[in-house]
Design a protein around this ligand. Structure first.
Ligand SMILES: C=C(O[C@@H]1C=C(C(=O)O)C=C[C@H]1O)C(=O)O
Length: 399
């Protein structure tokens, strides 16, 4: 078996301006991707396109980056799903830069730093009736016992004063800790996520996934934060929401795994704005089960869709204001030897030139409170808002 590191024939110690050059190269190429794990220890860049697809391919001779459409509703550009095999991959691990081509240094040498301008938000559109539509959903859940949970999304549309520069954006995004930073680019289009939620990590026959569902705010100080954490851990409503996700993951993985370890109760996963109930799940995959197979089995978990799945998906399709595109969808990469990692594209933003759509959603169950869910989604917009806030005062931050 060949591992991703063996795909790479060249390595050297990281130089201080490598990041600047790599991010600038992302600005220069037509198609690219960036994937940083939530511990910040591993980054993969993909540059250029050898092949592209709108559907996730079954296998690859090297590595494929991409994102799957949430539910195949017609959207624009990469929001319909976008996959590509890059010409060059660069991996940063333990202060080492690894690349599949000796030419990466030649490539980086050619990159010239361009100044970037601060980007202001000049127009903003919100779904002002979102809370009342959530209230209708709660009323519906009270009437009908056949549907238990719907993850209801909302979008914010923004217009920028000028286009974003990845040379500036990537280092600002990377300041947000304990979350994944993933970006897919094609031409003027970008999909960016600062998600805490891994869908799957696969290394040969070893699988890691997790249930992330049930949310509360962070406290202003440690004791308030602990108190909120305790409320979340004891909340019947949130534990029910969470349990739907655990049960569904176990069910979906049952016939493709030989072992599955599921902790009996969730712990807290803390991000800057919110804390979630979190159950990490690990297992062993049966032979000849592809990563694609597992991505398709798990997506959408009830953390992003609902319960029962089809009814929740129909509700989302009929009642959310806009199509989701890549929001809440699997985004990541996989290699020819069954290594790969996919996150779900939440706390995310789609950019097309000077226009952007920001996404947030919340799991709605019969005991939900529409104002509380509105507040929760406002917190979930924050990672992208904070990124844009910093880009509005900062041009080229990394020189
Ligand atoms: C849908 C989102 O988040 C999902 C919903 C959650 C919830 O309802 O508690 C928690 C984490 C995510 O699985 C989002 O951030 O937009």
């Amino acid at each position: 078996m060949i591992s991703i590191n063996q795909l790479l024939t060249y390595q050297r110690k990281l130089r201080s301006n490598d990041y600047i050059l790599l991010n600038q190269l992302l600005d220069d190429v037509e198609v690219g991707a960036f994937f940083e794990t939530n511990d910040g220890k591993s980054i993969i860049y993909g540059f250029g396109q050898k092949q592209t697809w709108t559907e996730m391919p079954n296998a690859t001779e090297s590595i494929v980056f991409g994102a799957k459409s949430f539910d195949n509703q017609l959207d624009t550009g990469i929001m319909n799903g976008f996959w590509f095999e890059p010409e060059i991959i660069v991996v940063l691990e333990d202060d080492k830069l690894l690349s599949n081509l000796i030419t990466i240094d030649a490539c980086l040498k050619k990159v010239q730093f361009k100044n970037s301008q601060p980007v202001q938000i000049v127009e903003e559109h919100n779904e002002n009736d979102w809370s009342s539509r959530v209230q209708s959903l709660i009323n519906e859940l009270k009437k009908q016992e056949s549907i238990q949970k719907v993850v209801f999304g909302r979008q914010q549309q923004l217009q920028f004063s000028n286009t974003l520069s990845l040379t500036t954006l990537v280092p600002v995004l990377r300041k947000q800790k304990n979350i994944y930073h993933v970006m897919i680019k094609k031409g003027h289009e970008l999909f960016i996520t600062a998600t805490p939620e891994r869908l799957i990590k696969i290394s040969h026959d070893h699988l890691e996934t997790a249930a992330v569902a049930g949310t509360i705010q962070r406290g202003k100080n440690e004791s308030e934060d602990d108190a909120f954490g305790k409320i979340l851990l004891r909340s019947k409503k949130n534990n029910e929401e969470h349990e739907y996700v655990v049960r569904s993951i176990v069910q979906q993985l049952h016939d493709v795994t030989s072992t599955l370890h599921i902790p009996t109760s969730p712990v807290l996963l803390k991000n800057k704005q919110v804390q979630h109930l979190y159950t990490p799940i690990v297992g062993r995959i049966n032979t000849n089960v592809s990563i694609r197979n597992i991505v398709y089995k798990l997506h959408p978990t009830p953390a992003l869709g609902g319960v029962p799945q089809q009814k929740a998906m129909d509700y989302i399709r009929n009642h959310e204001m806009m199509t989701r595109g890549l929001f809440a969808s699997p985004v990541g990469y996989f290699t020819r030897d069954n290594i790969g990692e996919f996150v779900v594209g939440i706390r995310s933003m789609y950019v097309n030139g000077k226009n952007a759509r920001l996404f947030a959603g919340a799991g709605i169950v019969v005991d939900s409170d529409s104002q509380q869910e509105f507040y929760e989604t406002s917190l979930k917009f924050q990672p992208m808002h904070e990124l844009l806030e910093e880009l509005s005062t900062n041009g080229c931050t990394n020189v």
